[in-house]
Design a protein around this ligand. Structure first.
Ligand SMILES: Cc1cc2nc3c(=O)[nH]c(=O)nc-3n(C[C@H](O)[C@H](O)[C@H](O)COP(=O)(O)OP(=O)(O)OC[C@H]3O[C@@H](n4cnc5c(N)ncnc54)[C@H](O)[C@@H]3O)c2cc1C
Length: 220
């Protein structure tokens, strides 16, 4: 959507086609069918063709061809590709990963099966009641980090109350043109996550800019 916005700004959109290929059946599937329909609608309203269930198996840079597991092929002039996400080698070699290929943790304390060892963020696999794992998102890595840090501090200090990660999270969905959507909710809710997706507005984009500025200011 940001590429779409940039091409419109430069008056080039009519001469460019944008296709979005993804392995997933729909965007933000874990957030439920309403969120999926809302995000897919945002993308398609911009004239971007959305192709779900297309797992890339090979890219031929010389001929600029994409090959998918379902036998489909597509050409491209510019490819914007998110590479496969996998745990760092050192984590696998240390024996921290389990049958899922990721580090299994207690969903509330982030304890691994090794006493005193915690894992947070993308390297973890946290199954949800609806059958999909908790999405890999910065907002969860952040929330989990605060829980683990507080509990370690508490165990050293010997006082205070233990805290638990509760699966709440929120994210902005940049829609281009100075607008963003905003999804938030309880991803641990059962039988499926309770997530509300707000349609793109300038206010949410401004919120994202402020959010980013806040953390740069606090940390850097
Ligand atoms: C295209 C894209 C868009 C995204 N958009 C969003 C979004 O809008 N909102 C959101 O919440 N999340 C988003 N995410 C997800 C978010 O970026 C991740 O969930 C988050 O960064 C995970 O944080 P982490 O600390 O677990 O892992 P990382 O951020 O991957 O940090 C792991 C670090 O470990 C380092 N490392 C690896 N191996 C070693 C080693 N052997 N020795 C030392 N260091 C090592 C890596 O270099 C890296 O810096 C997006 C991700 C992608 C790819």
């Amino acid at each position: 959507m940001l590429i779409d916005a940039d091409l419109r700004r430069r008056g080039l959109r009519d001469s460019v086609s944008i296709d979005l290929f993804t392995a997933e059946p729909g965007p933000m599937g874990v957030a439920g069918p309403e969120a999926t329909a809302a995000v897919r609608g945002m993308v398609e309203a911009k004239g971007i063709a959305y192709h779900p269930e297309h797992q890339v198996t090979r890219v031929d840079a010389a001929t600029r061809r994409l090959f998918f597991a379902n036998g489909v092929e597509a050409g491209f002039d510019l490819l914007v590709h998110v590479p496969p996400i996998r745990p760092p080698r050192v984590v696998v070699d240390a024996g921290l990963t389990g049958p899922t290929g990721w580090v299994e943790v207690d969903r509330h304390t982030l304890d691994t099966r090794f006493p005193g060892v915690y894992a947070i963020g993308d390297v973890t696999a946290i199954p949800l009641a609806m059958g999909k794992p908790l999405p890999k998102a910065g907002v969860f890595a952040h929330g989990q980090a605060e829980v683990v840090a507080r509990n370690i501090a508490m165990s050293i200090a010997g006082h205070g109350a233990a805290v638990r990660f509760d699966g709440h999270g929120a994210c902005f969905v940049e829609a281009g043109g100075g607008r963003a959507g905003f999804g938030s909710g309880d991803f641990y809710a059962e039988p499926r996550p309770a997530v509300l997706m707000r349609r793109p507005r300038r206010m949410w984009h401004a919120g994202k800019v402020l959010f980013e500025k806040h953390w740069f200011w606090r940390w850097l």
